[in-house]
Design a binder for this molecule. Structure first.
Ligand code: SAM
Length: 369
């Protein structure tokens, strides 16, 4: 069993993204989940998960309980250790420095040497209390609206209890951490920038959910500045982009050349994927049936983007139908749900999330298969 520590505030979406790198993801407390198995190289590329640790055990969110748990747990490792404690969102009020000292003492008493700078093993002690809030959305069959659903992970796991306050301390040996270099790819710092470019964290997460990984091909048929394609390419996928505007095609090429054409290994440790961007209409893609593994796009937001010769509704409906023709999985980000258009295009709604970007902008993320 593994322990996952989420980043950001949206746990249901973080859990869904984590399911692209782990099996049996199950939320157990705010900011914390367990998983049956993890693919460490995939965890390194996650946007909304900080760390995965090999779970030692769990108890309630008290310093004394953590100490008792560690004393009672068989430890099969040898070498030097350090302890790092985290109180998720300050929810438990536990004194993390004291926890680190106490647990460090337990490890010393059990014969481990301490090396705070470069330990062989790092013990994570995660404290979290609160309610498991939110979840993915589902379609209300009678109205067609999106409603909150209780299922929130992608692979049939059910989260811990809702509406009940949970209090946990989970201990685990750190296994792998995600690479936090997203700040180096802020949209405004890229060679080509346009208002409406997607932030690299969300772009990485939707790329991961769409199945971006080595030996997979991911298409963004409305690629704009190429924000999603850059993130998909950095985790090793081959990427294809089209956009109706020549200016966007040139700009996306400049961005992809900048971030994907370096001979060095990518920060996530995998070779960067190959890329191809061309001018095209998302409703008439120049691709064969089943040509790609996943499609992911950020639909134009009504007034903001140029909508080459289409009404927005026709554009999105047409793009969804083309996506269905060329791939078996799609992720759509938009300022409205588009769930019924997705259904009309032959997709099944696997999950949907509502993400508040700022007060006047909510983005929907639809996961379609
Ligand atoms: C919201 S933007 C995408 C932003 C992108 N995710 C980014 O990070 O820069 C939508 C894009 O759809 C493109 N677009 C509009 N109509 C299109 C069509 N019929 N076919 C392809 N692209 C289209 C626009 O030119 C615009 O670049």
């Amino acid at each position: 069993m593994y322990l996952l520590e989420f980043a950001g505030e949206d746990d249901p979406f973080a859990a869904r993204e984590a399911a692209s790198a782990a099996t049996g993801v199950r939320r157990i407390a705010p900011g914390v989940a367990t998983a049956r198995g993890v693919a460490p190289e995939r965890v390194r590329g996650l946007a909304y998960t900080h760390r995965a640790s090999a779970l030692l055990g769990r108890t309630d969110a008290e310093r004394e309980s953590a100490r008792a748990l560690l004393e009672a747990t068989p430890l099969e490792r040898t070498g030097t250790v350090a302890v790092r404690a985290t109180d998720v969102r300050g929810s438990s009020g536990v004194d993390t420095e004291r926890v680190e000292r106490d647990l460090g003492q337990v490890l010393v008493d059990r014969g481990f040497g301490v090396d705070l700078d470069d330990p062989d093993h790092l013990l994570r002690a995660i404290f979290s209390t609160g309610r498991l809030e939110g979840g993915s959305l589902a379609v209300d069959e009678s109205t067609g609206d999106l409603i909150t659903s209780l299922e929130s992970t992608g692979d049939g796991e059910t989260d811990g209890p809702r509406d009940e306050r949970v209090s946990i301390c989970a201990l685990g040996w750190l296994e792998t951490e995600s690479v936090r270099d997203f700040g180096t790819r802020a949209p405004t710092d890229k060679p080509f920038f346009q208002p409406g470019s997607m932030d690299p964290l969300l772009a990485r997460a939707v790329a991961n959910v769409a199945g971006a990984e080595p030996d997979r091909t991911v298409l963004d048929p409305m690629c704009g500045t190429g924000g999603i394609l850059v993130e998909a390419g950095l985790v090793g996928a081959d990427v294809i982009g089209t956009d109706a505007q020549a200016k966007m095609v040139d700009g996306a090429r400049a961005n992809l050349a900048h971030f994907l054409e370096s001979p060095a290994l990518s920060p996530t440790g995998v070779d960067r994927g190959g890329w191809h961007v061309g001018r095209g209409d998302a409703t008439r893609l120049p691709l064969r049936d089943g040509a790609v593994d996943g499609v992911v796009f950020d639909a134009p937001y009504g007034r903001q983007s140029k909508i080459d010769a289409h009404r927005l509704e026709d554009l999105v409906a047409g793009a969804l139908a083309e996506a269905r023709r060329v791939a078996s999985r799609a992720v759509v980000v938009a300022d409205r749900s588009w769930a019924s258009e997705a259904r009309d295009a032959g997709w099944e709604l696997e999950a949907a999330f509502e993400r508040r970007v700022h007060r006047s902008l909510t983005r929907y993320v639809l996961i379609l298969s």
